[in-house]
Design a protein around this ligand. Structure first.
Ligand code: FAD
Length: 492
């Protein structure tokens, strides 16, 4: 192809938008481009869109993972201008305008004309990443399933221990670190499991004697909900039997316990096998990659400072949205991700159509809510504060509306009826692999990629030749056994 032909074909091809991430920002950004004359490639490291606000319900056996994590490919199957690529983005070259992604050692380079980065945030252990092994966070389906295994597993081990007369206090003590919405929801749900769901299922232990501790270095529960709702939530948690310990820092975590240090420097070791980390987030490291190349600033949580139109300095073609951005003190919530992603999509659409740019991004705060337990929640919507059943019903309606967009709505509703009206949990299945599999993988040098053949190593012809004869012989013998009616016939 001559240079002139290349230029012509490049001018004629549709504008290429790459979207990184399939969370709230990635999915809503892609969907908002459905009528645009662009070609969208979503690159994400999981094959699903994840509804993170309901992860705690997977961890505590209310919902199945499929109900909160529908396949992205299926959601976008009717959007002809969008395709999905599995891969973890490891590099962005802002000059070459390419994104490099990896999956099991295979590398893919995708070129873009516009880029939407919606890679979210991960758990932050405030520099103590080794805590993660014994206190999993709550950010992914893997996290939720591992926690489900640890929580239900602790009751099982306590039953075994009690039958033998062993000390079981460490097995029946659950510590949740972080008194934000996720920590409150987890603590409330574990307390409900102990006091309601499991109370008749065990013989040697009384699950109602389980200790659930919610700890935070701050002096209040749910700070973003204001003092009054924070105090209300703390009271309701205590009525449920949750010990709320504020002003205490976690200074050590190991397999059998956790050390809490108060402001006056006194420390207490709490014997506990099951710890949940719901404190602090750190923006995706892609924020740093972009900051290094564009000169944009990063804040303490690794979030990148964006221009008022969500682009990066000197790069009007790169938009960063959702949990990764540092703009106007916006919180890390789903609505920010959805609204920033829609704004970015609209800006790209306008540019491609040759229209004037829109004004700066404006956030519309639709409120926030947190569940304390069955029929109890708190909600802030504008000037209004709601508590109790009213807040809980608001939560139910909003989540039903969201989930209604996905196929899992019927089963999710059924599971909520079972859990909220009854006392059951439909999704209590756990496996040993879920509890220990990730820790084992982390110990393999090279991770999961070390367990599969390197690209190009697999010689299909050689494998086929080796196997063909053996498979044919096995099939002949199977057929002969049936035809000769020799199956089940015992011969001396
Ligand atoms: C347990 C929990 C409970 C929450 N509860 C609420 C709530 O009640 N209400 C509320 O409004 N908000 C809640 N949030 C916050 C809300 O979920 C986030 O603000 C929102 O998900 C942010 O959207 P995002 O698109 O920026 O990031 P995410 O939704 O986190 O999506 C990031 C995406 O990027 C992908 N990704 C990351 N790195 C890479 C990479 N290098 N390459 C490719 N893909 C990558 C991830 O796999 C994911 O698909 C909660 C969060 C958690 C963890």
């Amino acid at each position: 192809m001559t240079a002139a032909e290349t230029a012509t074909s490049e001018e004629n091809r549709p504008h290429r938008v790459v979207v990184i991430g399939s969370g709230f920002g990635g999915l809503f950004g892609t969907q908002a481009l459905r009528r645009s004359p662009v070609e969208v490639t979503m690159v994400a490291k999981t094959t699903h869109h994840l509804f993170q606000p309901l992860l705690y319900q997977v961890a505590t056996g209310i919902l199945s993972q499929g109900e909160i994590a529908p396949p992205t490919r299926e959601i976008l199957s009717r959007q002809d201008n969008a395709k999905v690529l599995l891969g973890e983005v490891t590099a962005i070259d802002v000059d070459a305008r390419t994104v490099t992604s990896q999956v099991l050692g295979r590398s893919t380079v995708t070129a873009y004309d516009s880029l939407i980065v919606a890679a979210g945030a991960s758990q932050s252990y405030f520099g103590n990443d080794h805590f993660a092994e014994h206190a999993p966070g709550m950010k992914s389906i893997d996290d939720a399933l591992e926690l489900r295994g640890r929580i239900f597993g602790a009751f099982e081990m306590a039953e075994l221990g009690a039958s033998r007369g062993d000390d079981i206090d460490h097995l029946l003590t659950f510590v949740v670190v972080g008194a934000g919405p996720t920590g409150v929801e987890m603590a409330g749900q574990i307390a409900e499991l102990a006091h309601r769901t499991l109370k008749r299922d065990f013989r040697a232990i009384n699950t109602r004697q389980a200790r659930v501790i919610l700890v935070d270095a701050a002096e209040q529960v749910l700070p973003p909900f204001g003092e009054k709702l924070g105090a209300h939530t703390q009271r309701k948690l205590e009525q449920l039997g949750v010990e709320v310990r504020l002003g205490e820092m976690v200074t050590h975590v190991d397999e059998r316990g956790i050390t809490l240090t108060a402001k006056d420097g006194t420390s207490e070791r709490v014997a506990s096998v099951t710890k949940v980390w719901a404190a602090g987030v750190q923006a995706s490291s892609l924020a740093q990659t972009l900051a290094e190349q564009t000169g944009a600033d990063l804040d303490r949580a690794g979030r990148i400072a964006v221009n008022p139109d969500l682009t990066l300095p000197g790069h009007p073609e790169i938009y960063v949205v959702g949990d990764m951005i540092d703009l106007d003190h916006l919180p890390g919530v789903a609505q920010v991700a959805i609204q920033t992603a829609k704004y970015a999509a609209k800006s790209i659409d306008r540019r491609v159509r040759g229209k004037e740019p829109q004004g700066p991004f404006r956030y519309l705060d639709k409120g926030s809510m947190a569940i304390i337990s069955r029929f109890r929640a708190v909600a802030v919507i504008g000037r209004f504060r709601f508590t109790g059943l009213v807040a809980w019903l608001l939560w139910l309606v909003i989540h039903l509306l969201y989930i209604a967009a996905f196929k899992s709505r019927v089963t999710a509703l059924l599971h909520w009826i079972i859990s909220f009206l009854g006392r059951g949990r439909s999704e209590r299945t756990t496996t040993e692999q879920q509890i220990f599999g990730r820790a084992a993988l982390a110990r393999i040098e090279g991770g999961a990629a070390a367990l599969v053949s390197a690209p190009g190593d697999y010689d299909a012809n050689r494998v086929i030749e080796q196997l063909r004869e053996e498979l044919e012989a096995r099939a002949r013998e199977e057929a002969r056994l049936t035809d000769a009616r020799e199956r089940g016939v015992h011969r001396e």
